[in-house]
Design a binder for this molecule. Structure first.
Ligand SMILES: NC(=O)c1ccc[n+]([C@@H]2O[C@H](COP(=O)([O-])OP(=O)(O)OC[C@H]3O[C@@H](n4cnc5c(N)ncnc54)[C@H](O)[C@@H]3O)[C@@H](O)[C@H]2O)c1
Length: 437
């Protein structure tokens, strides 16, 4: 996390944040259902963490704070050393007695997830590389678990289809499905977007988002690693695992665009992107380092997004929403939230600002206890599809329609997922040559 940017959705700072008991903010979609019993014969709610890196460890800590009955019961990660590090981190907390993951409940490899979900848990935190998420979500829902599902939920059309099926199954089983689109649980953003939805700036006609940040680190190759392990250790930089950064990172801004436009799918998308400053080393995989995107809706409405990762450069994460009667401005990192025009509103910087990652866990466990059901699936799928749309447009150089997105058959998964199987060959896409799939 960049220190001057509070609550920036960055993967290096998820362990902080005070418990905000009973934050009075409505969840995105909450339906009342029969209360779900916690762990048999006790008040415990047992949790499995799938993907035990920065975000998985942070979400586990926030789950422990969210409910005194939460026990971290099992962990799954491709690599045992990541589980060990996560446990050491969690054991530093005052809730160490509720971190109960003996060696027999530490599951490694690609098939560890299914076993972990069947280890007697009620809740899954899914925070592995997103290319694997559709499989992990399927495993969790098949096992009847409530889910906290990090973003993005999929990185290609095949994954989208599977996630939609799992979301449907979760609904049929009355399971909570809470997404990791963290800005949706940030109090200032919730208030501003509610005001926009209430018509305080009139009809939304345009939006511009900037997401300017720095490159993520890499794990230099070690001789003992197979090619598959090398790619998994550098998953952010491999398109089949991360979806590229327009899907993995800029999707936060795209989600806010989707929020402002009320989940209405755009008609068309054009985009540019490329690799301008990435070092030419295998660790940097096949991802771009800049994208600029234009989404278009009927009635000459547009949203634009500029995203890039450059070292030693200016960083900012802001959104301007233009309506027929005013405009809204968001700078979540600053934090600045205001509306001007017919209605005028400025959110005080000193107003309560609960940690949005904590709020997500608070709301999930409260829903489990009370029998409400949170279902983020419709808009989380839509936001991820918007991100795929932008990547399709940037990679191919074509104007991509919503129909192209819905009819896409793109499937980035390798035929075999095994540590000794060959991973996809990194391929830098070229506009004009790369075809729509
Ligand atoms: N909402 C947010 O603000 C936010 C912030 C950071 C990250 N994230 C998301 O959280 C997810 C994890 O990101 P991170 O920063 O923690 O990455 P990370 O690299 O720190 O952790 C990912 C972990 O997944 C493990 N993994 C790899 N293959 C696996 C498999 N087959 N099964 C289980 N685990 C496997 C890795 O070994 C690693 O420990 C990503 O989807 C990322 O986009 C969200």
């Amino acid at each position: 996390m960049e220190p001057s940017q509070p609550q920036c959705p960055d993967r290096r700072a998820f362990l902080g944040g005070a418990l905000i008991a009973g934050a009075a903010i409505a969840g995105p979609v909450v339906r009342a259902v029969a209360a779900v019993a916690p762990a048999t014969g006790s008040d415990q709610i047992k949790v499995v963490v799938v993907g035990c890196g920065g975000r998985g460890t942070g979400a586990a800590m926030q789950a422990l704070k969210a409910d005194p009955g939460v026990v971290i019961w099992a962990m799954a990660d491709a690599f045992g050393d990541r589980i060990d590090t996560a446990i050491l981190e969690l054991q530093k907390s005052s809730m160490v007695d509720r971190v109960q993951v003996p060696p027999e409940r530490r599951f490694t490899g690609f098939d560890g997830v299914t076993k972990a979900c069947a280890s007697g848990v009620q809740v899954a935190i899914l925070a592995a590389p997103p290319g694997l998420r559709p499989d992990h979500l399927r495993a969790a829902v098949d096992a009847g678990l409530h889910v906290f599902c990090e973003k993005p939920m999929f990185v290609d059309a095949a994954g989208a289809k599977r996630v939609i099926e799992s979301a449907r199954a979760a609904r049929a089983k009355n399971l909570n499905l809470v997404s990791g689109f963290c800005w949706r649980r940030a109090a200032p953003e919730r208030e501003l977007f509610r005001r926009v939805a209430d018509g305080q700036i009139g009809d939304v006609v345009a939006m511009h988002s900037d997401y300017l940040t720095t490159p993520l680190g890499v794990q230099m190759r070690r001789p003992e690693w197979t090619d598959m392990e090398f790619q998994l250790r550098n998953w952010q930089h491999m398109v089949w695992l991360s979806g590229d950064f327009i899907v993995e990172q800029a999707v936060h801004s795209i989600d806010k665009i989707n929020w402002a436009f009320g989940n209405e799918p755009p008609e068309r998308c054009t985009a540019v992107g490329g690799r301008s400053l990435r070092e030419p080393i295998p660790e940097r995989g096949d991802v771009y380092d800049y994208f600029a995107v234009v989404y278009e809706w009927p009635g000459d409405r547009r949203a634009t997004l500029m995203w890039r990762q450059y070292p030693d450069s200016f960083n900012e994460n802001v959104d301007t929403i233009i309506g027929t009667k005013g405009r809204a401005f968001v700078n979540g990192w600053a934090p600045v939230h205001r509306i001007t025009g017919n209605a005028n509103w400025i959110r005080s910087k000193s107003a309560s600002r609960p940690n949005m990652y904590q709020v997500a866990q608070d709301e999930l466990f409260r829903a489990i206890r009370t029998g409400e059901r949170i279902d983020d699936s419709d808009w989380m799928v839509q936001s991820c599809r918007l991100a795929l749309m932008a990547r399709m447009a940037a990679y191919t150089g074509q104007a991509v329609t919503w129909k192209d997105v819905l009819e896409s058959r793109e499937d980035l998964m390798p035929a075999t997922l095994a540590m000794d199987a060959p991973p996809p060959v990194p391929t830098i896409r070229q506009p004009g040559r790369t075809k729509l799939v």
